[in-house]
Design a protein around this ligand. Structure first.
Ligand SMILES: C[S@@+](CC[C@H](N)C(=O)[O-])C[C@H]1O[C@@H](n2cnc3c(N)ncnc32)[C@H](O)[C@@H]1O
Length: 225
C-alpha cells in the first residue's frame, strides 16, 4: 500500500527539520488551550505524541499506515490503525500534522471533518496544516533522489488539476540483489475557503506559514461550534 511505502522512505526525504518546526508550532498553539486529552490523526511514527509526554496530556494516535502504527507502538505510544470515523471517543483537541488533510480526496473531506467534529468534546479544537497552491506547484512538484545504507530512492511528483501525484520508487539491496518497490501517493489541494464556510466549526486561527518558501503552507485552528 502506498502509505506503507511512504513510511519506509520518509527518513530519506529530508523533512526532519520541517517536521520539528511544525511540531514546535503545534505545541505552542496547543499551549494556549486547556487540554487534557488529545488525538493525533495521521500520527506517523508518533514524534509529536512523544513531545507531550512531559505535559499532563493524555495522548492517543491513529494512522492508516500499519507500518507507521507499528513504529509508534514500538515506542510505547497508544496508537491504533484506524480512520477518524472509527473513533468512538471524544477529545479536547485533535491534530492532523504535516499535510494529513491533503491526503484526503475532496469528495471525502466533509465526512472526515464530520467525524472529527463527532470526536471532539464541546468547544474542542481541531488543528491542522495544509499545502497552499503555491506550496504544491512550486515546492512539492519536482523530482529528487536519495540514498542511505542499502536503500536508493527516486521521487517524481507532478501537480496538475489540484492533485499532486508522487511516484516513489525504492530499490533495496540485499546480498548484491536489488528489490524494487513502487507506489504513487496522491494529495489534493483544499482551499482555505472550504474551512471558513463550515457551519459546525468556527475558525479561530488561519495563518500562512513560510516553511520551505513564502506562504507554502497554512495552519488552521477550528473550534467545535
Ligand atoms: C506526512 S505524514 C505526517 C506524520 C506525522 N503527523 C508527523 O507530523 O510526522 C502523513 C501521515 O498521515 C497518514 N495518513 C494519511 N491519510 C490519513 C487518514 N485519512 N487518516 C489517518 N492517517 C492518515 C499517513 O499514513 C502518514 O503517516
Amino acid at each position: 500500500m502506498s502509505l506503507d511505502l511512504y513510511s519506509k522512505v520518509e527518513h530519506l526525504l529530508g523533512i526532519q527539520e520541517s517536521t520539528k518546526y511544525l511540531h514546535t508550532l503545534y505545541t505552542e498553539v496547543l499551549y494556549n488551550y486547556e487540554i487534557k486529552t488529545l488525538l493525533d490523526v495521521g500520527c506517523g511514527r508518533g514524534d509529536l505524541m512523544q513531545t507531550f509526554d512531559k505535559y499532563d496530556i493524555e495522548c492517543e494516535g491513529i494512522d492508516l499506515s500499519s507500518l507507521m502504527v507499528q513504529k509508534a507502538q514500538a515506542k510505547g505510544l497508544k496508537v491504533e490503525h484506524k480512520s477518524i470515523c472509527e473513533v468512538n471517543k471524544q477529545y479536547d483537541a485533535i491534530v492532523a500534522v504535516f499535510d494529513v488533510l491533503n491526503f484526503i480526496h475532496p469528495n471525502e473531506l466533509n465526512d472526515f471533518l464530520s467525524c472529527v467534529h463527532d470526536s471532539l468534546n464541546e468547544e474542542g479544537i481541531f488543528v491542522f496544516d495544509i499545502n497552499t497552491l503555491h506550496g504544491f506547484s512550486n515546492v512539492a512538484d519536482g523530482t529528487m533522489m536519495a540514498e542511505e545504507g542499502n536503500m536508493f530512492l527516486c521521487v517524481d511528483a507532478l501537480f496538475e488539476n489540484n492533485q499532486l501525484d508522487t511516484k516513489f520508487t525504492l530499490f533495496t539491496e540485499e546480498d548484491s540483489r536489488y528489490t524494487k518497490e513502487q507506489a504513487t501517493l496522491s494529495q489534493y489541494f483544499h482551499s482555505l475557503q472550504i474551512f471558513k464556510k463550515l457551519k459546525d466549526f468556527k475558525v479561530v486561527k488561519s495563518a500562512y506559514l513560510d516553511m520551505y518558501d513564502t506562504k507554502d503552507k497554512a495552519l488552521i485552528v477550528l473550534k467545535k461550534a
